[in-house]
Write a protein that binds this ligand. Structure first.
Ligand SMILES: [Zn+2]
Ligand SMILES: [Zn+2]
Length: 432
C-alpha cells in the first residue's frame, strides 16, 4: 500500500530531540532553521538515509555489496518512505556546461545506456541502420525469397581509369564472369555494349546465382560472406529486378553512407567525439547581439539607430553608412523598424563588398564588427565589443551541444528521441 505521507516518530539522529513529523508526499518541502538546529540531520541523516537503506534492501545480497549502505537512522519508526535521491549542495559546480543532467550524474548513465539501447537511423533516408552478419542476412533472404531465384552481388568501384575493358579483364582474372548493370546481366568476357553509357562509380559483381530452398543455407551464407568482404561490408541481393542492399557495418546500404559507430564518447558533449565542433559542446556562442546594437529600432538611420556608430572614431562609419544609403536611395529619416526588410538587411549585412579594399560599397554593421574582431588584442576594443555581445544559441547544433553524428541515434521512446531531445525534456516528462 502506497501511503500519502511519510510518518516519522521519535527521530533522534545526531542532535534531533525525538521529534515526530508527518510529511506529505509529492510536495516541495523546505526545511529551514538556524545553523546547528538539525536540518541536515533530519533531511540527509534520517529521511534520505532511511529511503536509501530500504532501496538498497530491495537488491540481492550480491548486488548490495557494491552499493553504499547507510546506517539505520535513530528513530522509533519511519513509515511511508519511498526510494530517495539526495542532491547535496556543492561548490564544485563552476563549469558553464553544467545542467541538471550532469550535476545529478544522470547523463553519465545515459551516455553508457545510449550505445546499448539507441537505434541508428540514416540521416539521408531515415531508414533504420543495423549492422548485420552474413548469417542474419542469409536468414532474412531465406524467409523473404523462398523458392525464388536470387543473385548475390557486391558493389565495386570502376577505379580512376574508368576503362571498362581493363576492368572486365581484371574481373575475369578473379573468376568473375557476370555483372549486373541496368536491370540486366552482362558477361565480362564479352565486350560491353558500345551503345550503353559507362557504368557509374560502382557496379554490382555477381558472386552467385541460386534458387532459394532450405538446403541452400550454407552456400547462400558463404556467398554473402564473400560479397561482404569484397564489397567492403556491403552486398546487394537481387530478386527479379529489385535490389535489396545489406550492410554488415554502421552503414546505410541504400545511400552508401557511413554512420559513426555508437560509443559512450559519441554521447558525451564534454568529449571531442560527441561535442558540436562549432560551440565545443557549450550549446551557445558569444556573438554580436543585434538587439543591443539597434537597441531602439524606432530611430531612423540618420537619428542614430546604429548605436555603436554614434560616438568616437566610429562616427566615420555613420557617415559611410549615410553615403551608402544615399547611393542606394534608402530613406534615412524613416524609423528603422518601418524600412523594407531588404533595406534593413543592407544596413546590417552590407552588399558583400569589403570597404577597405575598394574604398566604396558598404560592408554592413556586421562588417564593422568583423573588422573589430580582428583587433581584440586591444583592451578598449574588447571592452567596446563586450557591450554589444551576448550568448546566442549555437546555430549549428541549435543549442543541442552534440555533433550531427550523435543525432543519428534515437532512444526507442515514443517517436524516438535523440540525446539533445531527451536532455531538453522537462523532468516531469522524463519520469516513467
Ligand atoms: Zn540511407
Ligand atoms: Zn553547437
Amino acid at each position: 500500500m502506497q501511503s500519502e505521507t511519510i510518518r516519522i516518530r521519535g527521530a533522534r539522529q545526531n542532535n534531533l530531540q525525538s521529534i515526530d513529523l508527518d510529511l506529505p508526499l509529492g510536495k516541495f518541502i523546505v526545511v529551514t532553521g538556524p545553523s546547528g538546529s538539525g536540518k541536515s540531520s533530519l533531511a540527509f541523516d534520517t529521511i534520505y538515509a532511511e529511503g536509501q537503506r530500504r532501496y538498497v534492501e530491495t537488491f540481492s545480497p550480491y548486488t548490495r555489496q557494491f552499493l553504499d549502505r547507510m546506517d539505520k537512522p535513530l528513530a522509533d519508526s519511519i513509515e511511508g518512505i519511498p526510494p530517495a535521491i539526495a542532491i547535496e549542495q556543492s561548490n564544485s559546480i563552476k563549469s558553464t556546461r553544467s545542467t541538471v543532467g550532469t550535476i545529478t550524474e544522470i547523463l553519465d548513465y545515459v551516455k553508457i545506456l545510449m550505445p546499448h539501447m539507441a537505434k541508428a537511423f540514416c540521416p539521408q533516408c531515415s531508414r533504420p541502420v543495423t549492422p548485420e552478419s552474413a548469417t542474419q542476412i542469409a536468414r532474412r533472404a531465406l524467409e523473404a525469397f523462398s523458392s525464388k531465384v536470387l543473385l548475390v552481388t557486391f558493389p565495386i568501384s570502376l577505379g580512376a581509369t574508368r576503362n571498362v575493358s581493363e576492368f572486365f579483364e581484371f574481373l575475369r582474372s578473379q573468376g568473375y564472369l557476370r555483372i549486373w548493370w541496368k536491370k540486366a546481366i552482362h558477361r565480362t568476357d564479352e565486350p560491353f555494349p558500345k551503345s550503353r553509357e559507362l557504368p557509374p562509380e560502382s557496379l554490382l559483381v555477381i558472386q552467385d546465382r541460386l534458387t532459394i530452398t532450405p538446403d541452400i543455407h550454407a552456400r547462400l551464407t558463404e556467398a554473402i560472406e564473400i560479397s561482404l568482404r569484397h564489397g567492403k561490408d556491403r552486398c546487394v541481393l537481387i530478386e527479379g529486378e529489385t535490389l535489396h542492399p545489406f550492410s554488415s557495418g554502421w552503414h546505410c546500404a541504400h545511400c552508401n553512407r557511413d554512420l559513426r559507430p555508437p560509443s559512450p564518447g559519441l554521447f558525451s558533449f564534454s568529449n571531442p567525439l560527441g561535442a558540436c565542433p562549432s560551440c565545443k559542446g557549450f550549446g551557445r556562442l558569444i556573438d554580436i547581439d543585434y538587439d543591443r546594437v539597434l537597441s531602439d529600432k524606432s530611430l531612423s538611420i540618420a537619428a542614430g539607430v546604429v548605436k555603436p556608430f554614434q560616438m568616437g572614431q566610429a562616427q566615420e562609419c555613420q557617415k559611410e553608412l549615410l553615403r551608402a544609403c544615399a547611393y542606394r536611395e534608402i530613406d534615412v529619416h524613416t524609423p528603422f523598424e518601418d524600412l523594407p526588410a531588404s533595406d534593413q538587411e543592407f544596413v546590417l549585412l552590407g552588399d558583400g563588398s569589403d570597404t577597405k579594399e575598394t574604398g566604396e560599397g558598404w560592408a554592413g554593421v556586421k562588417g564593422f564588427f568583423d573588422r573589430l574582431n580582428t583587433k581584440t588584442y586591444k583592451m578598449h576594443v574588447r571592452v567596446f565589443l563586450s557591450r554589444y555581445r551576448s550568448y546566442v544559441p549555437c546555430p549549428d547544433c541549435a543549442g543541442g551541444r552534440y555533433q550531427p553524428d550523435t543525432l543519428n541515434f534515437r532512444l526507442p521512446v515514443g517517436e524516438g528521441l535523440t540525446l539533445p531531445e531527451l536532455a531538453s525534456l522537462p523532468v516531469h516528462r522524463l519520469a516513467p
